[in-house]
Design a binder for this molecule. Structure first.
Ligand code: ZN
Length: 245
């Protein structure tokens, strides 16, 4: 379907909720799941990124975990792009009610979006498991080798979800509630069969609009599908002035 159709849905729509996948971050080059990145990590650490971002590894080898977390996650966070600023404009215009994402770089919030639900955590919400104090990415980057809580001395837990740990149920419930009360679901940078995209099953509203880099057989469940460069499509459908930060 055409960008024109997406444009009219966004221009006339209210009560939009966005499922924001890793497509936009991948277009920016900060995709932890890229094959060349995995290979590079295996060469340097002798393990894949998914083996490192794991609760057992974190508990047994916290120094190595934090080296990886600093060098290969925090230092790759990138900057908010047009996709994030477009979502910000939709929010400013009273159309977008919230964003649900698996991304943990927090780029939408840095672009100015307010209601962002991070299902897998956020690199600026590292926390002390003992007293609950929150530490941003800068604190982790500047406290080597192990970042300790300045209040109680406990090893800080990274803000991102580690495999082997339970996802926060309350966060998941908030996301489900948001999706199920939306009129329009804007699925960006993922397909409807992915872990994030499959949350569309909670949607009971009018239209699903999907924007992704590649097509997928599940796209037919969407009412409006745009395939290509996500930033370009978003910009054409709902332009933002460049340079707004
Ligand atoms: Zn503490």
């Amino acid at each position: 379907m055409s960008i024109g159709y997406l444009k009219s849905i966004l221009e006339n729509g209210r009560n939009i909720v966005c499922l924001l996948g890793r497509g936009p971050a991948a277009e920016q080059g900060c995709d932890l799941y890229r094959e060349d990145f995995s290979y590079d990590v295996e060469v340097r650490y002798g393990r894949s990124p998914s083996e490192i971002v794991n609760s057992t590894f974190y508990n047994n080898r916290p120094e190595v975990f934090y080296e990886f977390y600093r060098e290969d996650i925090l230092n790759r966070r990138g900057e908010p792009d047009e996709v994030n600023f477009c979502l910000k404009r939709l929010e400013d215009d009273g159309k977008l009610r919230g964003i649900v994402t698996r991304g943990f770089f927090d780029l939408s919030r840095r672009a100015g979006c307010h209601n962002v639900i991070h299902l897998y955590g956020n690199i600026d919400r590292n926390f002390c498991p003992h007293c609950g104090r929150i530490y941003d990415a800068e604190y982790i980057l500047s406290h080597k080798p192990l970042p300790l809580c300045e209040k109680c001395g406990t090893l800080i837990h990274p803000g991102i979800a580690l495999s082997g740990e339970m996802l926060d149920r309350r966060t998941m419930n908030r996301a489900i509630e948001l999706i199920s009360s939306a009129d329009i679901l804007l699925v960006v940078g993922t397909d409807l069969q992915s872990r994030l995209g499959s949350m569309a099953k909670y949607f009971t509203g009018d239209r699903i609009c999907l924007i992704n880099t590649t097509d997928h057989y599940s796209d037919e469940a969407a009412d409006c599908v745009c395939i290509g460069n996500i930033a370009k499509i978003m910009h054409e459908a709902y332009p933002v002035s460049l340079g707004i930060k």
